[in-house]
Design a protein around this ligand. Structure first.
Ligand code: KG4
Ligand code: ZN
Length: 345
């Protein structure tokens, strides 16, 4: 079964074709970065307008690259939540129209569960020979979410911990924005940090790991501590390498915060396989630190499938279709999903 996956929850206009939930036949991601760079962040209205302009061409390209015509698609999967509402509605409406016009099934899926599914995909020569088996611990790290969960199936996710304020990707983006390092911040800081000394600055770890918060994380304290260095940095940079040092010290602390909560969850749950997903799963320090942790097996999607893409949507969509699920043509989008974020009591 060949499923067309459509993803427009944020600033990537993405379509892909995946066969039987595993093999990626095409994966087209049209990024809007260029249009949001002047604002150092995603402007929701620009995002939805670009999706309206691009979605048909991106879907066409995905079919072309898979060597298919629209009549060859067996079903359509689309992101329905969470994300920017205006952007979600563009993809959802396109998917409904496509499915209705061709008389094929539609399935509306959750973006974060799809990120966790990305590690099951085979892209070219990369991807697991055998599907990763459940249960495992999931680490979902993106621009809007930070979730540590137990996964007992592709759709059977128990949230163990979340951020109580900013998401980890958001912290990367905001630090980069304040320092004028570039946009989007995650990839820029990751690159800059390679030339920096992570010990040049000491940034604080949040102290919330007692009682109910063993698996939660917090990034607003780190973000503010790093940004507070800025005034001093502007007046009297300690040396030419200071931007790289700040990037390296921030990144080291950001990864340490994640791993502390994740290792608590691994210890308490007895689960030793950790599957990551989301844009921040492309981070080189996170990948290296998890891969080197004794006693844990770390699974990451190939870097191209960490950020937003249509392949993860088509892939997880197939699993729902396989068990007989279908979404109605009046299915709607939602900006948030209950339980994916926590409020500090
Ligand atoms: O999953 P994603 O593409 O979109 C959302 O669902 O939010 O994640 C985007 C986030 C952004 O915050 C971006 O800065 C971050 O992923 N990111 C990274 C890296 N590449 C992207 N963060 C750290 N290191 C990276 N290499
Ligand atoms: Zn995402």
């Amino acid at each position: 079964m060949r499923v067309l996956g459509i993803e427009t929850s944020c600033d990537e206009c993405a379509c892909a074709v995946v066969e039987d939930g595993r093999r990626v036949l095409s994966n087209v991601v049209a990024t809007q970065i260029h249009f949001h760079t002047p604002y150092s962040g995603v402007v929701p209205e620009i995002a939805s307008r670009k999706h309206v302009e691009w979605i048909q061409a991106v879907a066409k390209k995905a079919l072309e690259r898979a060597g298919m015509e629209s009549g060859d698609v067996d079903a359509v999967a689309v992101t329905g939540r969470p994300g920017l509402l205006g952007s979600l509605i563009v993809g959802l409406t396109f998917a409904k129209t496509f499915a209705w016009a061709r008389g094929i099934p539609l399935i509306v899926v959750d973006h974060m569960k799809a990120h966790l599914y990305a590690s099951q995909l085979v892209l070219g020569d990369s991807g697991p020979v055998e599907p990763v088996s459940y249960p495992f611990l999931g680490l979902l790290v993106s621009g809007g979410h930070t979730i540590i969960c137990r996964a007992d199936g592709f759709d059977d996710i128990t949230v163990l911990g979340t951020t109580i304020d900013d998401a980890v990707g958001e912290a990367f983006d905001k630090v980069a924005k304040h320092y004028g390092f570039g946009y989007p911040g995650g990839a820029v800081i990751d690159r800059m940090a390679r030339d920096g000394d992570p010990k040049a600055f000491r940034f604080p770890l949040p102290s919330l790991h007692k009682g109910d918060h063993r698996y939660d994380v917090s990034y607003s304290g780190l973000k503010n501590a790093v940004i507070n260095q800025l005034e001093r940095f502007r007046v009297k940079p300690a040396g030419p390498n200071e931007p790289a040092d700040i990037a390296a010290a921030f990144q080291k602390t950001a990864v340490r915060i994640l791993l502390r909560a994740l290792f608590n969850a691994a210890e308490d749950s007895g689960l030793s396989t950790v599957v990551s997903g989301g844009g921040v799963a492309a981070n080189s320090l996170l990948r290296k630190s998890l891969a080197e942790k004794p006693g844990l097996r770390a699974v990451f999607p190939p870097p191209e499938l960490c950020g937003d893409n249509g392949a993860m949507i088509a892939g997880i969509g197939y699993r729902y279709l396989e068990r007989g699920d279908r979404s109605p043509l009046d299915a709607t989008a939602s900006a948030r999903v209950a339980g994916f974020k926590k409020k500090y009591p």
